[in-house]
Design a protein around this ligand. Structure first.
Ligand SMILES: Cc1cc2nc3c(=O)[nH]c(=O)nc-3n(C[C@H](O)[C@H](O)[C@H](O)COP(=O)(O)O)c2cc1C
Length: 178
């Protein structure tokens, strides 16, 4: 129980990476953790492209940054690209009937599983929602018809100091009805 909360506290956005390459087995474990994530109607509407290649990673980084954002990704050795798949018929029908975006929710949960699995293996991560989707699809040969929803930067952190989390209080974010 304590270990779970410690893991949550240890996970933080890492924006400084060592150039050290990430072992493939560790990345496979991250994908396995994503695979175990819950999804609406068990639809599993995801595909993950894992870039762990010293020539390709800087090219991916170029698609993630502009003048202001995500400059730090240039130093990052690996990325997991989170692609939305269409999912199964029941989840699509449910989303339509209930006017809910289950697929984005599912991808968010799976992405956090990736980050926690990486943290457990002493890797640092940063979830990225700011990227040039068109260029990234072109670079990785991903169909124009698909959506890339998130990218996870992943690698060995330059340091392991845990920052204090800046978060709203429990009272601000919750209402208990007893
Ligand atoms: C959907 C999403 C998109 C994000 N996009 C970016 C991004 O493009 N660049 C970045 O540096 N951080 C990005 N972040 C990281 C957040 O800034 C970070 O999670 C938040 O400030 C809390 O800090 P912590 O992760 O260190 O706890 C993103 C996080 C999420 C969940």
């Amino acid at each position: 129980m304590e270990e779970f909360f410690e893991l949550i506290n240890k996970r933080q956005s890492c924006r400084k990476y060592l150039s050290k390459l990430v072992e493939k087995e560790k990345l496979v474990k991250c994908i396995d953790a994503a695979r175990m994530a819950p999804s609406a109607c068990n639809s599993q509407p995801w595909h993950f492209v894992v870039v762990n290649n010293s020539e390709l990673a800087p090219k991916v980084a170029e698609c993630l940054q502009d003048k202001i954002m995500n400059k730090f990704t240039s130093e990052c050795p690996a990325f997991i690209i989170v692609i939305e798949e269409s999912g199964n018929l029941t989840s699509r029908a449910g989303a339509l009937m209930k006017q809910q975006d289950y697929r984005s929710v599912d991808l968010g949960i799976a992405t956090e599983h990736i980050c926690l699995a990486a943290t457990e293996q002493n890797l640092g991560t940063c979830i990225l929602g700011w990227f040039n989707e068109k260029e990234l699809k072109k670079l990785l040969n991903i169909s124009k018809l698909k959506r890339i929803r998130l990218v996870v930067a992943i690698g060995y952190p330059e340091n392991y100091d845990i920052r204090k989390k800046v978060r709203k209080s429990i009272d601000e974010i919750s209402t208990f009805i007893e």
